[in-house]
Design a protein around this ligand. Structure first.
Ligand SMILES: [Zn+2]
Length: 263
C-alpha cells in the first residue's frame, strides 16, 4: 500500500469521525423531535460547547466523558458512534480507492447513514421512518443507474431492485402481522427496506439470514449470562445492521458458496 493510499485512509477516518458526530446530532434531535439547526449545548447546564470540545472521539477522551462546565457525564453514545463511523470509513477506504472508485462512497455513506436508526432502536426502540425510506430510495436509484448501461440492463436492474423491496416487505410484514409485533416491530420493516435498496435481492437474502444468526447468537449468549430475561425487548435493528454490513462486504462470496453447497 503506497503512502498516498494510507493518507487517503487517514482522511477517510477523519471524515468518518466528523460524520459520526453529525449522526449523533441527528439521533438526539430526532428523538427530541427538534430541528437540526442551533449550536451544540450541554443538555444539563445548557452551556454552549466550544469548538475544541467538538473534536470527534478525542474531546470525549480529553474531558474524560464529562461536560467541561458542569461535569455532567456525556453519554457513551457520542464517542462510540464517532468511532464506529470512522471504522466504517476506514474499511470502505481499504476496500475501494476513494479517489477512483465510487464504491467507496456508496459503502461508506450508506453504512454511516444506517448508524442513526441503529442507535435510536437500541436506546428508545424507535427509528426515523422517513429517513429510512429516503435511504431505501437513494440506494435503490444508485443501484439502478450506476454504472451507466443500456436501457435493457437498467430495466433488468429495476426489476431486480423491485424484487428486493418485495422480499423485504413480505418477509418482515408477515412476521409483524403473525406475531402482532411481538417478535418484530414496524421499525424492523423500515430498516429492511433500506437494506433491500443497499444490497439488492441476492445479498439481501444473505443479509437477512446473517442477521438472524447474529441476533440469535447474541440473544442466546445474553440469556445464558442472565443479561436478558424472557419477554425483555431485544432491539433487532443492530442485528440487521450487522447482517447488512457482512452481506455488503462478503455477500458475493457467501452467495457463491451457498450456490455450490446446494448443488
Ligand atoms: Zn454541562
Amino acid at each position: 500500500m503506497d503512502i498516498q493510499r494510507i493518507l487517503l485512509i487517514v482522511l477517510a477516518a477523519i471524515l468518518g469521525g466528523v460524520l459520526g458526530s453529525f449522526a449523533n446530532v441527528l439521533v438526539i434531535r430526532w428523538h427530541e423531535d427538534c430541528s437540526i439547526s442551533g449550536r451544540s449545548a450541554c443538555p444539563k447546564c445548557k452551556s454552549r460547547i466550544k469548538p475544541r470540545h467538538l473534536i470527534p472521539i478525542f474531546s470525549w477522551l480529553w474531558l474524560r466523558g464529562r461536560c467541561a462546565y458542569c461535569g455532567e457525564p456525556i453519554h457513551i453514545q457520542y464517542p462510540i458512534v464517532e468511532a464506529l463511523v470512522a471504522v466504517l470509513a476506514i474499511i470502505a477506504a481499504v476496500r475501494h480507492d476513494p479517489l477512483t472508485d465510487p464504491g467507496f462512497w456508496f459503502e461508506f455513506l450508506f453504512s454511516a447513514m444506517l448508524i442513526v436508526p441503529v442507535v435510536m432502536d437500541v436506546r428508545w426502540q424507535e427509528v426515523p421512518v422517513e429517513y429510512l425510506i429516503g435511504i431505501a430510495g437513494l440506494a435503490g436509484v444508485w443501484q439502478v443507474v450506476y454504472p451507466p448501461a443500456s436501457i435493457a440492463v437498467v430495466l433488468g436492474r429495476l426489476s431486480s431492485i423491485a424484487i428486493a423491496f418485495a422480499i423485504a416487505t413480505v418477509f418482515f410484514g408477515l412476521q409483524i402481522l403473525l406475531s402482532r409485533q411481538r417478535w418484530l416491530g414496524l421499525g424492523d420493516l423500515w430498516f429492511a427496506l433500506a437494506m433491500a435498496g443497499i444490497l439488492g435481492w441476492k445479498k439481501l437474502l444473505v443479509g437477512i439470514y446473517l442477521s438472524y444468526i447474529i441476533g440469535g447468537s447474541v440473544a442466546f449468549v445474553g440469556f445464558i449470562l442472565g443479561r436478558f430475561k424472557r419477554g425483555s425487548h431485544l432491539p433487532f435493528v443492530p442485528a440487521l445492521f450487522a447482517g447488512t454490513m457482512v452481506a455488503l462486504w462478503y455477500g458475493e462470496r457467501v452467495t457463491l458458496w451457498f450456490l455450490h453447497a446446494i448443488q
